[in-house]
Design a protein around this ligand. Sequence first.
Ligand SMILES: *Cc1c(COP(=O)(O)O)cnc(C)c1O
Length: 372
Amino acid sequence: MEILNDVPDYIRDLVPYPPGKPMEELERQYGVKNPIKLASNENSLGPSPEAVERCRKSLDRLNRYPDGSGYYLKESISRRFGAAQENIVLGNGSNELIDFLCRVFVRRGRNAISSRPSFLVYNKMVQITGGENIIVPLRDSTHDLEAISRAVNPETRLIFLDNPNNPMGTVINRSEFDGFLNDLPGHLLVVLDEAYGEFVRPGTETPKGAEYLEKDPRVVTLRTFSKSYGLAGLRVGYGIMDSRIAQLLERVRQPFNVNLPAQEAARGALKDEAHLEKTLENNRREMKRLALELKAMGCRPFESHTNFMLVDTFRDAGEVYEAMLRKGVIIRAMAAYGFPSYIRITIGTPEENQRFLSAFSQVLEKIPVKGG
Ligand SMILES: *Cc1c(COP(=O)(O)O)cnc(C)c1O
């Protein structure tokens, strides 16, 4: 087919995103019964009952298009953050907002800056536009704001900062961030991706994106219902930003990008503060417990401001991953992020974590320590 020769290199070079292994596939391939998934930072406690209730009620109206403006969901979000509706853009997951930002502001000859390791979706969305990715390594496990500042050039349009960072689980310091903003020129936006924002430990000195709405129109905040709110399967996220930027994003948005059950469930989830509190409590308690147990096994866990933990196993993490799969526990090996001996685990329910720990201790005995 002739048309295949006309596809630009930057599209050909894209690598499909490696999703966490679906549980159904594990059952099929390995014959494991009741596998558990601790690979994609979902909420192990499940969705909020109030979200499910609203979602279910909406099913009788599936013959209708959803409200394309997302009026009621935006209203709930705006109440939560004290932002006006005109400052909010809804997306099919916050991934879609990354896509909107790239399509509006990046193109061939322009660039975006992101850290390595950080969320892989930034680079993909930039590449799709034909723009260039400028990659700055983390320093001391967190965003190197000084180096990012130095990497800015006249063609830079976006700076992506996942705060907390995925996969390190670290946050940037608030006063350092303020200094960083001060030094930045006016021709770019700083995207604070707060996918794990709810998990940040109270009292932590880190910027909260929504508070910059009044102070600095260059700050765009992204948030999601996929993690603490337990709605990853429905795909809902949102951005909080200056209304002039919001208007541009609204132009590239498909008219019905967030579906009806998703809008309804998200409204329910926002109301259900008890479920969120339960989620955060489980996370705090279980992360502590997991870290203690993992240390006792001779591994090095990195406690984090998120619902996941990086763990240095001091072994070939690919082998650990495979062996865990056979025991019905899906985790993530971090070689793709440049950490050949690390795994990343999502904090599960107490029962899931127990299963993880007992499978893990068996696996560690079988796999030799590298260089040991
Ligand atoms: C999981 C995650 C997201 C969420 O993406 P959705 O499209 O909202 O599911 C965004 N950013 C980071 C850093 C994440 O880890």
